[in-house]
Design a protein around this ligand. Structure first.
Ligand SMILES: *Cc1c(COP(=O)(O)O)cnc(C)c1O
Length: 235
């Protein structure tokens, strides 16, 4: 399965289309992000050549080493935790940051984006399960952070991201996806200054369920690139 990326990409796209069809959605409304943590620049280039246009990395340091090797073309997403002191690097490397989890980080990233003369789309990561081990905000702090987002100049907050507890049964994750969508739908009218439409949810195990529940961005690693060495697990 690790072998043929073009073939894997074809399979994932077919599964995406089928899931969108079941939900009465157009698959054009779902962006596939290939998550490339631990994956070599050569294999990323192979995926880009096969037609994948959006990629995600977890760590700024790893991205700083690999992204310059790939060159212009792909659009990069930061899907892992971001430390405030790396905001400047993040603003240079990534056009979308999925892991905003504090007002402080929001402000630092906006400032960094202004300094880099870049525009960044941002998503607020929500810790739906209240897992102490996970990054992300508590649901009841969402409105506060969205109020601050309205003051940003180079960072546009566009929606929400979640990384639900891992479960081998994709149906077990459905309630979390459903909850994230409802959270976005209820927040959007309260924050008309923001264009809140994006839902980043779903990974290799459960992206079809996520699409059925309204995902607009799915973050897929193993289904495209094969299993990772153990050390590079989610988070
Ligand atoms: C690794 C990772 C993914 C992709 O996980 P797969 O199971 O390989 O599809 C998605 N999102 C985040 C935040 C990750 O860390």
């Amino acid at each position: 399965m690790a072998g043929n990326i073009a073939h894997n990409l074809e399979l994932v796209r077919r599964r995406m289309a089928a899931a969108a069809g079941r939900a009465g959605r157009s698959v054009d409304g779902v962006t596939l992000i290939g998550v490339t943590k631990t994956i070599s620049a050569a294999r990323i280039a192979e995926a880009a050549a096969a037609g994948l246009a959006e990629f995600g990395e977890n760590r700024v340091q790893e991205a700083r080493e690999k992204i310059p090797q790939i060159g212009a073309g792909p659009r990069w997403h930061l899907v892992g935790h971001l430390q405030g002191n790396k905001a400047r690097h993040a603003a240079r490397l990534f056009r979308v940051v999925h892991s905003i989890d504090s007002v402080d980080l929001l402000r630092r990233l906006d400032h960094a984006a202004q300094q880099e003369q870049q525009t960044i789309d941002g998503l607020i990561q929500v810790d739906l399960a209240g897992e102490a081990s996970k990054f992300g905000i508590r649901e009841d702090t969402l409105d506060g952070i969205l109020e601050s987002a309205a003051d940003c100049r180079a960072l546009r907050v566009r929606g929400l991201m979640a990384l639900p507890p891992y479960d081998p049964d994709p149906q077990a994750t459905r309630p979390y996806f459903c909850r994230l969508r409802r959270l976005l739908e209820s927040a959007a009218p309260r924050h008309p200054a923001l264009d809140l439409t994006e839902l980043s949810m779903g990974m290799s195990e459960d992206f079809e369920v996520a699409i059925e529940e309204g995902a607009t961005m799915i973050r897929v690693g193993r289904a495209l690139f094969g299993d990772r060495p153990q050390a590079g697990g989610p988070g």
